[in-house]
Write a protein of this length. Structure first.
Ligand code: A2P
Length: 282
């Protein structure tokens, strides 16, 4: 009688071909400019919700030497720290060195993921407060997709205001659906609690297509529309904390507005009232 050799599924699985390879498990195309995808999570990777990692693909071979170098960019992790997989939300730039290729990834493909999470959009960088504002434009929503699914957000604050400004309505779909699913998902109800999820106030705005709320968030903050819409007196260093992630313009403009309200910029080593993700290129 011959003994059957048991098949070791771990070694039978496709061997990684890239350094720090992770396998794509899902891809969703939201518009011709936006897509999100999920990948396997390295067993050793620990991160704080809101942080980013470097991800990418192998670049084209060097014309003379034929050598290939990894092409990496900073990407906020859009999934929360407790998730088994990692999610990312990306723009597609047709002539962009990385995203022109990355936009074509399919389930089963591999990407490179350097398992060294860092970033300033973390709860540790803020002093305790009552209300947290998440200000985002475009794919700058990604770290907040993580933080909105993070139980600590609701332990730390009584109110969670997420603003998302995009050019048109279709570009708001990722955040709209994520927040809608969050409210109806059983796992989320169990993990975060329905009363905590009720703390979320979603404030989407568009700038180039008609929608219920038009205008840049910066304009709507400056003219007081946001406060009137939400029934809030204003922003103060006593009660309010903020995290900002979006275009360079948004980051600079919100920074100025926050400072105008008396809020000071914090860091991991020096927690204060607001933080800005500088590594983000949206
Ligand atoms: P706008 O259409 O007025 O430029 P993008 O798609 O170019 O990354 O922009 C995403 C969104 O961010 C757009 O709605 C854009 O508005 C908005 N935006 C760009 N710069 C700023 C800024 N400085 N403050 C607020 N919103 C901004």
């Amino acid at each position: 009688m011959t003994e059957q050799t048991p098949v070791n599924t771990a070694t039978a699985a496709k061997a990684p071909t890239l350094p720090d390879a992770q396998t794509v498990t899902a891809v969703t195309h939201w518009t011709d400019r936006l897509f999100s995808f999920r990948v396997t999570r390295p067993a050793s990777l620990r991160f704080r919700s809101g942080e980013f990692v470097m991800i990418g693909l192998m670049g084209d071979p060097h014309p003379e030497t034929g050598k290939q170098k990894p092409l990496l960019r900073a990407y906020s992790i859009a999934s929360p720290a407790w998730d088994e997989e990692l999610e990312f939300y990306s723009i597609k730039v047709q002539d962009g060195p990385l995203t022109s290729k990355l936009q074509h990834i399919k389930v089963g493909d591999e990407i490179i993921l350097r398992p060294k999470p860092v970033g300033t959009l973390v709860h540790d960088a803020l002093l305790p407060g009552k209300r947290i504002w998440f200000f985002s434009t475009g794919t700058g929503f990604a770290p907040f997709a993580s933080l909105l699914r993070e139980p600590q957000t609701y332990e730390d604050y009584d109110e969670v205001i997420i603003t998302h400004t995009c050019r048109d309505v279709a570009e708001l779909e990722y955040s709209r659906k994520l927040i809608e699913d969050l409210q109806s998902d059983e796992l989320m109800q169990e993990l975060i609690g329905a009363e905590n999820l009720a703390k979320i106030r979603y404030y989407p705005t568009t700038t180039r297509e008609q929608s219920p709320k038009m205008g840049r968030i910066t304009t709507l903050l400056k003219d007081g529309t946001v406060f009137k819409d939400l029934g809030i007196d204003g922003i103060s260093a006593d009660t309010d904390r903020a995290m900002v992630c979006g275009s360079m313009g948004l980051n600079t403009d919100i920074k100025e507005i926050m400072e105008g309200f008396g809020l000071e910029e914090g860091a991991n080593s020096d927690p204060k009232h607001y933080v800005v993700e500088k590594a983000f290129v949206g």
